[in-house]
Ligand binder design. Structure first.
Ligand SMILES: C[S@@+](CC[C@H](N)C(=O)[O-])C[C@H]1O[C@@H](n2cnc3c(N)ncnc32)[C@H](O)[C@@H]1O
Ligand code: SF4
Length: 443
């Protein structure tokens, strides 16, 4: 009854509604937008069956600190250190799930990363899994555990299977023993391959991380690593550019002390160009600018986090997104523990994305995804962004970074190597256009 009345009133207002420049009337009464006659049933399920969550859990302990690694990590000194951390983590899961009202939200993907989650003992691993089940709606999500070859073993695979893990991401970086040694890792190339094969043999989805641009790398050693990774037949290959961050030993040695020469930018581009060509000619499809898959494999976690779905972050230093707010937990383990012990959500910083920020974020992160279509942007934000940044698109197309295909903007092979550059070029161009109204971006 009430709705019918609303429809009548609003319908009437639409018919006689004033537009700027016409004489003012008092015949309108707006309580909603758009008019009810445009409302359909298509989106009812968004309310009754809301989009799922993704969950990231950070385990900050390792057996070594690798010279290139910029993540929040420390050497594990005792089993007690891990157990105490897991106590806090489980308390945090309970606290956050209750506070954010997450118990009934479906979980689409879980990712336990680090640090080195393969250091978890059986009891510790199952405590995390049981806590997740108690405070979240977990029904066969994609479930990834990151592993390091030197801390991996067959018995752990058994626990992972029982705990619902579906995917293991193996940190390999290089299959060449000398390159591994120069990064101060403790395993060998053979151990890494053995660990990867174990994962594959039991039928998990498997991923190998390789790093392009490590100390000592030559085209010969790099070819060997890429070939070995391809021959292993994993479902997914992730090839990161090794970024020389200021909190790493490589940075200290190469920049502060001038004692180490890392491969030049030009050499690194050659490594990545070789890898992209080789994997694409060996049965792998580009899935993002740095991820390559076999047999149409889809990586739900990255797909959803790039698109800005709700992303709950557990553990010290981990970052997430809830609604339009991106946030990060305290990255000092002691502070993280203190906050949780005081019953506080251990978030240390956050940023509320404006509608414009959400659009820029989406272009920056989703341009790299091969599953992303420009139509998705239009459905979500209501306009075709390509039309607004024609000059940038034409330039990137002319320089062979992108092509306009069925999906809208698509990365070429060259664009795949320079995926982040292309994403940023498009995002900044849109940013300039959206800032023409002088309501500027904070960043
Ligand atoms: C945080 S690690 C966890 C993996 C596991 N601890 C291991 O080392 O085998 C996840 C991945 O981050 C990547 N990574 C680490 N430092 C990096 C850097 N400086 N630049 C780019 N990627 C990096 C590595 O490829 C690594 O496998
Ligand atoms: S690469 Fe892995 S093992 Fe090495 S320091 Fe980083 S998180 Fe730890």
């Amino acid at each position: 009854m009430e709705e019918t009345l609303q429809n009548l009133i609003v319908g009437q207002s639409e018919a006689k509604g004033s537009t700027f420049g016409t004489a003012p009337t008092r015949n309108e009464f707006y309580t909603n937008y758009p008019y009810f006659k445009y409302w359909k049933s298509d989106f009812n399920t968004h309310l009754t069956d809301p989009e799922g969550l993704i969950i990231y859990i950070h385990i900050p302990f390792c057996v070594q600190i690798c010279d290139y690694c910029f993540y929040m990590r420390e050497v594990l000194k005792s089993p007690k250190q891990m157990s105490e951390y897991i106590d806090t983590l489980c308390e945090e899961i309970k606290l956050v799930s209750n506070r954010f009202n997450l118990l009934h939200r479906k979980v689409d993907a879980i990712y336990i990363g680090g640090g080195t989650p393969s250091l978890l003992k059986e009891k510790q691993f199952f405590r995390i899994v049981d806590t997740l089940h108690k405070y979240h709606q977990i029904k066969d999500p994609e479930f990834t555990v990151e592993a390091e070859p030197g801390t991996f073993s067959f018995k752990k695979i058994e626990w992972y299977k029982q705990g619902g893990v579906t995917r293991i991401s193996m940190g390999v970086q290089s299959f060449d023993d000398e390159i591994i040694r120069l990064s101060h890792r403790k395993h060998t190339g053979e151990m890494a391959l053995k660990a990867v094969n174990m994962v594959k043999d039991v039928g998990f989805y498997s991923n190998i991380d390789l790093l392009s641009g490590l100390a000592g790398e030559s085209m010969d050693t790099w070819r060997k690593s890429v070939d070995t990774a391809i021959q292993s037949g994993v479902s997914m290959l992730t090839i990161y550019r090794m970024i020389n961050y200021s909190n790493t030993t490589f940075f200290d040695k190469s920049v502060r002390k001038d004692q180490l020469a890392l491969p030049s930018d030009q050499q690194e581009v050659e490594f990545m160009t070789h890898a992209v060509q080789k994997v694409q000619n060996s049965g792998y499809d580009s899935w993002s600018s740095y991820m390559f898959v076999k047999d149409n494999y889809k990586h739900t976690y990255t797909e959803k986090s790039s698109r800005g779905h709700d992303h709950i972050a557990y553990g010290a230093s981990s970052f997430g997104k809830f609604g339009n707010v991106v946030y990060q937990n305290s990255n000092i383990v002691k502070l993280y523990k203190e906050k949780v012990a005081n019953g506080e959500v251990p978030i240390s910083r956050s940023y509320a994305l404006s509608a414009k920020d959400e659009m820029i974020r989406e272009i920056l992160l989703c341009t790299k995804l091969f599953s992303y279509t420009s139509d998705e942007f239009e459905v979500k934000y209501g306009f075709n962004y390509i039309d607004l940044i024609k000059d940038a698109v034409v330039k990137l197309e002319r320089e062979d970074y992108i092509a306009i295909g069925e999906r809208g903007i698509e990365l070429t092979q060259k664009g795949t190597v320079f995926g982040d550059y292309v994403g940023m070029a498009l995002a900044s161009s849109l940013k300039n256009t959206l800032a023409l109204d002088n309501i500027s971006f904070t960043y």
